[in-house]
Design a binder for this molecule. Structure first.
Ligand SMILES: [Zn+2]
Ligand SMILES: [Zn+2]
Length: 68
């Protein structure tokens, strides 16, 4: 898969990741990595604070959209 953002700029770059929201391919230059807190507790699991963060990869557009 090629990076979708690069393709729009007329370049061909092999994608290194995929946006988890829209599914577009992204090279390392265009992927936005954000760490999100794992959900706490919730049925059927006992409520507990989780130390780990869940990494996620977003395209620039989805990263902006999710911040609003
Ligand atoms: Zn790219
Ligand atoms: Zn996206």
């Amino acid at each position: 898969m090629k990076c979708y953002v690069c393709a729009q700029e007329g370049k061909e770059t092999e994608a290194a990741g995929i946006c988890i929201v829209c599914g577009m391919g992204l090279c390392t230059r265009h992927m936005v990595r954000e760490d999100v807190d794992l959900w706490e507790g919730g049925y059927p699991f006992p409520a507990q604070k989780l130390e780990k963060k869940l990494p996620r990869i977003l395209c620039p557009e989805c990263a902006v959209a999710l911040k609003e």
